[in-house]
Design a protein around this ligand. Sequence first.
Ligand code: TYD
Length: 210
Amino acid sequence: MFVTFEGIEGTGKSTQIGLLAQELTRRGQRVAVTREPGGSLVGRELRRILLSLETKNLCDRAELFLYLADRAQHVAEVVRPALAQGMVVLCDRFTDSTVAYQGYGRGLDPALLRTLNDTATGSLVPDLTILLDLDPEIGLRRALSRNLRAGAQVDEGRFEAESLAFHSRVRQGYLAIAATARERFRIVTAAIPPEEVFARVLAACLEPRP
Ligand code: TYD
C-alpha cells in the first residue's frame, strides 16, 4: 500500500508518519518511510539545492523540473521496489505537492503539472493521501519555531520565507485537489493535539479499500 502525506509547512506530517510507521510495524506490517524531495541518493543533492536560500533566484520552471527529477528517481529507486516487496510505503509529500505549490502557489498550469507528474512517476497514484489541513498563519508559526530550534534557518528556509498569501493559495489548492479525487483523499485537521490527529490518520489507513 502506498500512502502519501500532504499539507502546508507546520502541519506535523513527519510526526504523524513516525507514529503511523511505529503502529503499523507493531501490527506486523513491513513499512518503508520516505520523502520528497530527498528520498533517493541523487534526490538528497536536489533537496539541498531546492531548499537552500542561496538558490532564491531559481526560476519557477527550473524549480519544477528539479522536483520532477527528484520524483522520477525516487519512484524508480525507492518507492516501486518497496511496493514490489509488499511493503507499506509512507511518503512525506508526492505529486500533489507539485500541483499545490508549483501550480496554485507559483501559478503554473495545474493540468500541465498533472501530465508531467504522470511522466515522472510512470502514472503511479497513491492508494491513500492524508491531507493535514491547517490555517497557514498557525502552520508558518510552527514551522518557523521548528527551524529556529533546529538551527536550520539558513539551509531550509526558502519556502518558509514565502508570504502568507502564497501559503494560503497552497492550502486552497490542496483542498481543491482533494475535492477532485475524493476516493483517495482523507482530510484531517491539524489544529487538534497530535495524538487526536493520529487517531484519525490511523482510522483512515485501516479503512477497507477496494
Ligand atoms: P520539507 O522540509 O520536506 O517540507 P515540510 O516543510 O513540510 O517539512 O520541504 C519541502 C518543501 O518543498 C516544501 O516547502 C514544499 C516544497 N515542495 C514543492 O514545492 N513541490 C514539490 O513537488 C515538493 C515535493 C515539495
